[in-house]
Design a protein around this ligand. Structure first.
Ligand code: NAD
Length: 328
């Protein structure tokens, strides 16, 4: 297949080229996100590949269809940015990479938690300036704390396992509780209990109409004072305005985000020389107890190789009409 990769980042190109060429696909890269404005770039290609911030709505799918594009390959697990009904109506199969490295994301969530809880971001800067004062650096043991995990799928379960290793009590909420989590000592509870009892809450469920702004004003008010919230899942799970209110009132004791609800025009770009107009994101960066990374939780070598190989294989499966277990 001739494949055009939208939102192609430098860090992934070599892995993608190697995997695609190995399976006989031709590959071209496009830095731009896919949108109504850029869909025309797909002319002459059999398939396109997209990532988390590409817009694959009905309008874009109609354009792709008119250009003869025969497949859409997501290089990610989440597919909230794709209108699956429109794709089905156009007869364009959509494939994804369901689990490239759950360890990458779960370990990043733990890294954010540890940095936030032990003030590593502050200590790093202090020591570089010759300031060895310990003022304001008091953390808390994770051991013995109650950690609430929302979503115990592939990534959530790895996160649970690591936190169980720390000696934390792990409670969880999921629409479908799973045996593997129970076996590692995770206790399933309803959301109200999870909010009421957790010292730390980590989000690992997908963004759906039901989970949009799951962490909003009402949920925040029912959480323990000083709760630490970690979101490595999707930005839309957290109501940014509400969480800023929670940080100001000290209801929220720490916030770590790898994803942000308005990240689409910001993340993955070097905007260091630009004026950033997003006041909520900029407000978040002013809090000493907020850490933000720009959607990098997945970014390990193992994950990039897995994403590239699975994407190439998905397209080969579609090309040979073999059933593709990663088709949505
Ligand atoms: P998964 O499908 O294996 O697990 C998701 C879990 O959430 C499932 O167990 C499901 O039952 C549960 N769930 C669904 N709706 C729910 C609800 N309303 N309330 C509670 N639980 C609910 O997915 P995964 O591979 O573990 O990934 C989780 C999320 O992580 C993805 O949806 C994606 O948005 C995000 N993600 C982020 C990055 C990153 O780089 N930051 C990378 C990969 C995935």
């Amino acid at each position: 297949m001739r494949v055009l990769v939208f939102s192609a980042r430098k860090d992934e190109r070599a892995f993608l080229r190697q995997a695609m060429v190995k399976l006989g696909h031709e590959i071209a890269f496009e830095e731009a996100h896919l949108s109504g404005r850029t869909a025309a770039l797909a002319e002459g290609y059999d398939a396109i590949s997209v990532f988390v911030n590409d817009c694959v709505d009905a309008e874009v799918i109609a354009s792709l269809d008119s250009l003869g594009v025969k497949a859409i390959a997501l290089r990610c697990a989440g597919y909230n940015n794709v209108d699956l009904d429109a794709a089905a109506n156009a007869g364009i199969p959509v494939v994804r990479v369901p689990a490239y490295s759950p360890y990458a994301v779960a370990e990043h969530a733990v890294a954010l938690l540890m940095a936030l809880n032990r003030h590593i971001h502050k200590a790093y800067n202090r020591v570089r300036e010759g300031n060895f004062s310990l003022d304001g650096l008091v953390g808390r043991d994770i051991h013995g704390k109650t950690v609430g995990v929302i979503g115990t799928g592939t990534i959530g379960r790895v996160f649970c396992q690591i936190l169980r290793g720390f000696g934390a009590r792990v409670i969880a909420y999921d629409l479908y509780p799973c045996e593997e989590a129970l076996e590692m000592g995770v206790e399933y509870v309803d959301l109200a209990k999870l909010y009421a009892e957790s010292d730390i809450i980590s989000l690992h469920c997908p963004l759906t109409p039901q989970t949009h702004h799951l962490v909003g004003a009402e949920a925040l008010a029912s959480m323990k004072q000083g709760v630490i919230i970690i979101n490595t899942s999707r930005g839309g799970l957290v109501d940014t305005q509400a969480v800023i209110g929670g940080l100001k009132s000290l209801q929220v004791g720490g916030l770590a985000l790898d994803v942000y609800e308005e990240e689409a025009d910001l993340f993955f770009e070097d905007l260091s020389g630009e004026v950033i107009a997003d006041d909520e994101l900029m407000r978040l960066t002013t809090f000493p107890n907020v850490i933000i990374t720009g959607h990098q939780a997945f970014l390990t070598q193992e994950a990039l190789i897995n994403i590239a190989e699975t994407t190439a294989q998905n397209l080969s499966d579609l090309e040979s009409n073999a059933s593709c277990s990663n088709q949505l």
